[in-house]
Design a protein around this ligand. Structure first.
Ligand SMILES: [Zn+2]
Length: 280
């Protein structure tokens, strides 16, 4: 794959052999992180970014281990690089959209003045078929050498959103469920809303995670500030419970789209009233 001079992917070494791969936003959505989680016999690549640049080539330059590629959820900023890989693991509730993304028309690089940094047509990963393997809450990836990584289902931002717990390194990878910027659980006209797009379901997933809080020391999200303290879990549960109990205080609005945000400690939720309670 040919590469632009201004490389769109930046690998950052982390603790205990982890790598965090930073991808600048092509214009929509925030800058995003993929994470490389090596074990002894295999490595997890968590998320494939915007599909701009040769992520596969970069990762293969870092590790010789066979890759298990996992999406934290099906949004394009985490999955557009999927066609570089043969097989993608994703929660069953998020699998359908991947099949549709494979059938998208060719991706064309926008005019230079509309891009935030330089990348070229050859950097664009084109839609292509790959195998989708579905996973559920509690699934464990055995990477060998005692590296076991467990799936925690955290719906709300996306129905099949997941976090991964690397017990040996004591690290939680939280996708877009726990981020420094607001966790987006908000509706818009035309956006689908299911019981899995609610604060209630998010809170229930967080409660299962809370029971494992003695097993990790740090949280690596899919966007923005990295290495968050674990107290974001308890703050987020409190933030959810306030909304569920009817405290809809708007502490600020997101610049640009104006979405209301409720805050508790370091936890922030961008919400709309139709996405708090599960409706039967
Ligand atoms: Zn995202």
């Amino acid at each position: 794959m040919a590469m632009s001079d201004n490389f769109p992917l930046i690998p950052i070494p982390g603790r205990d052999g982890l790598w965090h791969i930073y991808a600048r936003s092509p214009g929509g959505g925030g800058d995003v992180f993929s994470h490389l989680i090596p074990g002894k016999d295999a490595a997890i690549l968590l998320d494939t970014g915007f599909g701009i640049g040769d992520l596969k080539g970069m990762v293969e330059g870092i590790t010789d281990l066979p890759l298990i590629v996992v999406n934290t959820h099906n949004h394009p900023d985490h999955s557009f690089g999927n066609p570089q890989f043969d097989t993608i693991h994703i929660h069953s509730l998020d699998a359908d959209l991947l099949n549709r993304l494979m059938e998208m028309p060719e991706r064309v690089v926008p005019p230079e003045e509309e891009r935030e940094y330089k990348y070229v047509q050859e950097d664009m990963v084109q839609p292509a078929p790959y195998k989708v393997v579905t996973i559920e809450d509690g699934h464990v990836f055995d990477l060998g050498g005692g590296y076991e990584v467990e799936v925690f289902h955290l719906p709300g931002h996306a129905p099949g959103g997941i976090a991964l717990l690397d017990r040996k390194r004591r690290v939680l990878f939280s996708g877009d469920a726990l981020v420094w910027t607001p966790t987006l659980i908000m509706g818009r006209p035309g956006w689908p809303c299911t019981p899995w797009h609610t604060v209630e379901k998010f809170r229930d997933g967080l409660l299962r995670l809370e029971a494992h809080m003695d097993e990790f020391d740090v949280v690596y999200p899919g966007h923005s500030r990295q290495a968050l303290p674990t107290s974001i879990v308890t703050d987020m549960i409190a933030c959810c419970n306030e909304l569920i109990d009817g405290d809809l205080t708007v502490h600020y609005n997101i610049l640009g789209n104006g979405s209301p945000v409720h805050v508790h400690g370091m936890a922030k939720i961008a919400f709309t009233e139709d996405r708090i309670h599960v409706k039967e």
